[in-house]
Design a protein around this ligand. Sequence first.
Ligand code: MN
Length: 489
Amino acid sequence: MKYEFWFVVGSQFLYGDEVLETVEKRAKEMANELSGKLPYPLIYKVTAKTSKEISDVVKAANFDDSCAGIITWCHTFSPSKMWINGLKDLKKPYCHFATQYNEKIPNDEIDMDFMNLNQAAHGDREHGFIAARLRMPRKVIAGYWKRQEVQTRIASWMKSAVGVAFSKNLKVMRFGDNMRDVAVTEGDKVEVQTKLGWEVNTWAVGDLVKEMSVVTDKEIDALMAEYGEKYEIATDNIEAVRYQAREEIAIKKMLDRENCVAFTNTFQDLYGMEQLPGLASQHLMSEGYGYGGEGDWKVSAMTAIMKAMGENGNGASAFMEDYTYHLEEGKEYSLGAHMLEVCPSLASADKKPRIETHHLGIGMNEKDPARLVFEGKEGNAIVVSLVDMGGRLRLICQDIVCVKPIMEMPNLPVARVMWRAMPNLTTGVECWITAGGAHHTVLSYDVTTEQMKDFANMMDIEFVHITKDTTVEALEKELFLNDLAWKLK
Ligand code: MN
């Protein structure tokens, strides 16, 4: 889907045709120039002067799949009662861009005509009131439209809005159920579909095994060549690697046939398969598909959404699991990994991920599964977890700093990422556990906490952010108040 955003400019008839023509001309100029700077086109739609014009553009936006959101601005004053009916119907993400055509007040030129034409300072306040009064979820971005940091903020919001559009059409394919007895990977699929749009359904592992049996040697040869280009094949057990290629091709065919962009499986249900898909899942993730281990469909869907929000639709966002800690004083780190499935988009660029085969004791693997082994890159990142609190969804986001792993761990047969959680390891863990965050997360170097907050806001779900300044005491109070607020909503 090629997404675009619509620019809707507020005005009124009071000023006469000449002013309205100027507003329209300038709005088109701004939309065109911004389209060249932003990740998605901004299409000028209307200089709205009546309730009907606003309702019409909102209705059109709601039913146009390519429209991922609307951006409004009031060049002049635009009385807001005429916006009520339209805004009440709006189903798309909404950004109020409080900007101004001119950067500076022209000392000699300014008179009452200039003031009446250039009164965004006035018009945007009237416009902002009505959205506040209607309790509308919206993003307010203020600043001069030609300034880069202002454009960066609009770009960031656009990506969140695209995450929303992506989420509303997202289908998850589950092979097998959730891991037996696990609580945090469970959730209300009806509630999730109502809030986030996800269709989460199950397919038999037997269907996948059947699909695998008709994959041809030629198809496997082609994928093996791709593996050879992207990765270092560091095993003599080529048959095991070819088996992963067979699994990947079969999974991809089923996903594409059903328009699913995310999937789950579980080591407890591999009936008829020789290996848990490792390399297969890792390579599929690197192509933008979401994945969750142990049947965790929430993390699978969030992985796909955050990949879609990232650069080029496939940012460095990946399924992750908190595994073990290094608690040496002054060098406290978390070690993240999974039993196989870490996306190579996280890999540090200096070394190709290695394809290795090792014994895997967990699950029903008859043969040693092939997997990619690598170190995660350094940099600021976030970890994100969506949990079902019973009656509502909570999105938890923690700031982290990824480091080059401080040791080689030569006997660890999986990809690994090491990080320091904010505000520090132990307080960070106390906050995460207090909020009920899962052991599975999406780790992202691309998507920001502001984007996840905007996403939660647009989706009307709870957002909890653990930052360098968070204390357990303040967080407990916030969660207590959130609980009350969400019961009233
Ligand atoms: Mn897991």
